[in-house]
Design a protein. Structure first.
Length: 317
């Protein structure tokens, strides 16, 4: 019986200033010690780890770079002997000058060397066909100036106590024991996308859902009445529309925690604010179980490009 190994990695990139004042896009390649090959940072998932977490962790362990995930580049599959196969998901990841200076990399038994290579030269240096095909997706984004992105993540609150005698007021319902576990779990995954701001409904169940993420990232939670189900029930979407417009114009990674009935309108407002095309992906991205979330990737340099991609994570327990 064949066995599948799951792994995740990144294509790290940076812009460097040339002597003539121009800029050059560079891509990071790793020279692995044992395999004697050239590839991208990647590695197998630890038990219970998600793909995004593994991509960030493996990049750190192999390069000393602490990155946040950008656009999802796709998934590659290849055989690894004995009839087994390996599945690897990749994301683009920008490396700022500060991050590059903070790298703690030293040659070791896993990685012999790191090499920053000009965009055009990297493809032919890669040892494997699957990596070259994945890199073609990256090159396509670069050709259209779509690498510099930010993420807007819509998160449904974790499982909460039911409304009843013990919790008669809907907005005061706390998380259940399962919901508390979900909130802690989802915080680890969301951190992989480098949120700079955290917005939440004023309901207790939403505030408790993002509390672990706030603690992990040292980002304060910005409670907004416009994200609450009570406000949504009034039919007033002006505050919701203004908040989404503000998020898009700022161009910074954010997490927005709200309620199941509110999420479809949040997604629709994001489509309107970015001039994106509507479609079935909207319904899928808004239809999430408790603690599920969708990550929308948007361009900083080309706002008219609309939504570049969506990743939906239905958390399961």
């Amino acid at each position: 019986m064949s066995k599948e190994t799951l792994a995740a990695g990144t294509v790290c990139w940076r812009r460097v200033t040339l002597p003539n004042g121009g800029t050059q896009l560079m891509v990071l390649l790793i020279h692995r010690t044992k395999q004697k090959d050239v590839s991208f940072p990647k590695g197998k998932l630890d038990p219970g780890e998600s793909m995004p977490e593994a991509a960030v962790r493996e990049t750190w362990e192999e390069t000393g770079l602490s990155v946040a995930l950008g656009s999802h580049l796709g998934t590659i599959h290849y055989g690894i002997g004995g009839g087994n196969k390996k599945t690897v998901q990749y994301w683009a990841a920008e490396v700022t000058p500060e991050m590059a200076l903070a790298s703690t990399f030293t040659p070791n038994s896993e990685v012999q060397a790191l090499e920053w290579v000009p965009l055009e030269a990297a493809r032919k240096r890669l040892s494997y066909k699957a990596d070259r095909e994945l890199y073609d997706v990256f090159l396509e984004l670069a050709a259209h100036d779509l690498l510099d992105t930010f993420t807007v993540t819509f998160l449904r609150h974790a499982r909460a106590e039911s409304r009843g005698e013990q919790f008669p007021v809907d907005c005061e319902r706390p998380l259940t024991e399962t919901g508390t576990v979900q909130a802690a779990t989802v915080a680890h995954i969301l951190e992989s996308f480098g949120p700079r701001r955290i917005y939440s409904s004023t309901a207790v169940r939403c505030l408790e859902t993002v509390a672990p993420l706030s603690e992990r990232t040292s980002r304060k939670v910005r409670a907004k009445t416009s994200l609450s189900q009570d406000n949504w029930d009034t039919g007033d979407l002006d505050g919701l529309r203004k908040l989404v417009g503000k998020i898009v114009s700022r161009g910074s990674n954010v997490v927005v925690c709200s309620h199941r009935p509110v999420l479809p309108d949040l997604v629709r407002e994001l489509i309107l604010a970015t001039g994106s095309l509507p479609g079935k992906y909207v319904e899928k991205a808004a239809d999430m179980p408790p603690a599920g979330f969708s990550v929308f990737h948007l361009s900083r340099t080309r706002p008219g490009a609309g939504i570049l991609g969506v990743e939906t994570y239905p958390l399961e327990h």
